[in-house]
Design a protein around this ligand. Structure first.
Ligand code: SF4
Length: 265
């Protein structure tokens, strides 16, 4: 078994995140989310991904050779009553799989969390480690597949094995209003999650695109290019582009029915 940090579940649910369930007006189930986190962290359902995540944690990248990798599934992180959900593909081998928190310890995390901070959804612009003090406000970040996959490519079977965790997480959040889908894989996964939640979506399926918007009876999907180095280095995704999507997400969340309570903290 690879990885370190046994017994300390990552995630923002512990102790209550700013502006979330504390006011009791938006629902959300911190206890349910903590139970889900424990279940996710112990999951070994996908043999290929279990082997890969543990192999990466054992061999390590040279720059992190002195660190103990997490090497396990990475649960969702953030406000337990979030109205804005950011859905990624899967933890990065040397990012989330190393640090134990999604979008933490790599360039994609730097980009995403800096944008969340600019949008007022995070208390700081950096995401370095599980104990760096990062708190998300009215926002939760989750991965569609919770173990790091080889070449960032989970198989359809692995995706289907893991998606029930995301379905349950959205249910436990109470009133999520917007899902920002980082890339086509996340967009497709969100459509599958909506179907599992019994939410009708249009046929034929709406295709992913940056800025794509799909309103359903339950929540709205927003498409956004993934903040991967490939996209940010080439200028395919710029900071203003990411900021615009997150601004639209917060606008939609605030305008949703029953959204009169404003995030605090
Ligand atoms: Fe379990 Fe998901 Fe990891 Fe598969 S990808 S082992 S279902 S946590």
């Amino acid at each position: 078994m690879a990885g370190g940090a046994r017994g300390s579940a990552p995630g923002g649910a512990r102790g209550g995140a700013p502006g979330g369930a504390r006011d009791g007006t938006r629902g959300g189930s911190p206890d349910g989310l903590e139970a889900l986190e424990r279940e996710v962290i112990g999951c070994r359902r996908c043999p290929r991904l279990v082997a890969w995540r543990e192999e990466v944690a054992r061999t390590r990248r040279a720059a992190f050779a002195s660190e103990e990798y997490w090497g396990r599934p990475v649960p969702g992180f953030g406000d337990p009553a979030a109205r804005v959900v950011v859905l990624g593909l899967a933890p990065a081998a040397h990012g989330g799989n190393r640090t134990g928190r999604v979008f933490t310890g790599d360039r994609s995390g730097d980009w995403l969390v800096a944008a969340l901070y600019r949008a007022g959804l995070a208390n700081q612009p950096t995401s370095r480690s599980r104990d760096d003090g990062l708190r998300l406000r009215d926002c939760r970040v989750v991965a569609a597949v919770r173990c790091a996959p080889p070449a960032n490519r989970p198989t359809p079977a692995e995706r289907d094995a893991c998606l029930p965790y995301a379905v349950r997480e959205l249910e436990l959040l109470g009133q999520p209003r917007v899902v920002v889908c980082l890339g086509a894989f996340a967009w497709d996964a969100a459509l599958r999650i909506l179907a599992a939640l019994g939410c009708a979506t249009p046929r034929p399926r709406r295709r992913f695109g940056h800025g794509a918007e799909l309103a359903t009876e339950r929540l709205t999907l927003l498409g956004c290019f993934h903040p991967s180095q490939q996209n940010t280095f080439t200028g395919k995704l710029t900071e203003p582009m990411l900021d615009a999507v997150l601004a639209r997400a917060t606008e939609l969340a605030a305008a949703a029915p029953g959204a009169s309570d404003q995030p605090s903290g």
